[in-house]
Write a protein that binds this ligand. Structure first.
Ligand SMILES: Nc1ncnc2c1ncn2[C@@H]1O[C@H](COP(=O)(O)OP(=O)(O)OP(=O)(O)O)[C@@H](O)[C@H]1O
Length: 110
């Protein structure tokens, strides 16, 4: 099993995942996370239901939001000329417990 720390997942997200009992990535996550997080690539992945797709795109989204937030904080709150991330999930995805818990632990409003 590949360790989650090899996947370029931010430390605070790793901690949140560990608190949820997620200690090693599912196959789709191990494949999708490095190119999505490190290389900012767009990914198309097809695996059967329940294989872990949600966090394959959810974790890179959180990573990009944290990067954006860091930029805003460093500019003392100024957002001029910056793009604000908008997270839009369909209802079934929002109902998933890992969505709520990860966002809550990072203080991101949903
Ligand atoms: N790395 C992980 N370790 C342990 N459990 C995980 C991990 N990633 C996801 N899970 C759990 O596996 C289950 C299925 O994951 P998920 O909902 O992301 O699959 P999915 O492929 O998005 O499914 P669907 O196609 O139905 O949307 C969930 O209960 C989720 O909490």
């Amino acid at each position: 099993n590949q360790n989650s720390s090899d996947l370029f997942v931010p430390d605070q997200v790793l901690k949140a995942l560990s608190n949820l009992g997620f200690r090693s990535p599912k196959a789709i996550q191990a494949l999708a996370l490095p190119p999505a997080i490190r290389d900012h690539m767009d990914i198309v992945g097809a695996v059967e239901t329940g294989s872990g797709k949600m966090l394959s795109f959810g974790i890179p989204m959180i990573h990009h939001i944290l990067e954006w937030k860091k930029g805003v904080d460093e500019n003392e709150g100024a957002t001029d000329g910056q793009t604000e991330p908008v997270l839009s999930l369909k209802r079934p995805a929002l109902r998933k417990p890992q969505s709520r818990k990860i966002h809550k632990s990072r203080g991101v409003k949903m």
